[in-house]
Design a protein around this ligand. Structure first.
Ligand SMILES: CC(C)(COP(=O)(O)OP(=O)(O)OC[C@H]1O[C@@H](n2cnc3c(N)ncnc32)[C@H](O)[C@@H]1OP(=O)(O)O)[C@@H](O)C(=O)NCCC(=O)NCCS
Length: 205
């Protein structure tokens, strides 16, 4: 018998992940969530995460949490319970044959992954985002909708690139950075900074 498939996180991102799984022909049993339970989200029941993981060590878990650090925490919990972490790729994403996608990543509709790029564990490539050739996306990072990373750019672990932001080719975004929506990054940004504007400038640490 095939093990059950669930989405960890019943918020907005979780709903999107559930729809992608459905588009892939995958039956989703329920959401599991630490904060919301006993209700329904897009007609699926929501159960408490800890109990569900404990009673389904053979479960398959898709990561449905948008916050980068919380998403990693969920992945660790699910793995510690014995569950498998799903990699979720929408059929309408365009993915080069040489692109590498690591476990737990989510690739949304309209995203483009060009040759020899690498998408780290648990990373999100959101709707219509562009990952150019040779880009490295760190683990549990997030490229928001319509954002773009130019050829050879490096996006650090847990970094969040805002909606519609562009990172020019070969530029490096440090781990845990936040890049504001609509920004254009023309120089390297050190880790743990918030930067925004055109050109993007660091505004806090
Ligand atoms: C950059 C960001 C993190 C800053 O958030 P914040 O620290 O709460 O900043 P505030 O909203 O308090 O704004 C502070 C100042 O920065 C400006 N600012 C904020 N975001 C900006 C952006 N993306 N581009 C240009 N200016 C921006 C504000 O206008 C404000 O200017 P002021 O001081 O002259 O009034 C946030 O605005 C942002 O862009 N987040 C990305 C959201 C996103 O794309 N989510 C995707 C979900 S899928």
């Amino acid at each position: 018998m095939t093990s059950l498939c669930v989405v960890y996180g019943a918020g907005g991102h979780g709903k999107v992940i559930a729809e992608i799984l459905a588009a892939c022909g995958q039956k989703v049993e329920c959401f599991i969530d630490d904060k919301v339970s006993g209700t329904e989200v897009i007609s699926l029941p929501v159960y408490p995460a800890a109990e569900w993981l404990f009673s389904h060590p053979d479960g398959r878990v898709a990561l449905g949490i948008g916050d980068n650090v919380a998403r990693e925490r969920a992945a660790v919990r699910a793995q510690q319970a014995g569950c498998a972490i799903l990699t979720v790729v929408h059929p309408a994403a365009v993915i080069a044959r040489s692109a590498r996608i690591k476990e737990g990543a989510a690739i949304m509709p309209g995203a483009v992954l060009n040759p020899d790029c690498e998408i780290g564990e648990g990373a999100i490539i959101n709707t219509g985002a562009i990952v150019e050739h040779d880009v490295r996306i760190g683990r549990f990072a997030h490229l928001s909708p319509k954002s773009a990373a130019g050829g050879g750019a490096q996006i650090g672990a847990y970094a969040h690139i805002g909606m519609g932001a562009s990172v020019l080719p070969l530029k490096r975004i440090g781990a845990r950075c936040v890049i504001g929506g609509g920004s254009v990054v023309i120089s390297d940004i050190p880790e743990h900074q918030t930067a925004y504007g055109i050109p993007a400038k660091v505004h806090s640490s």
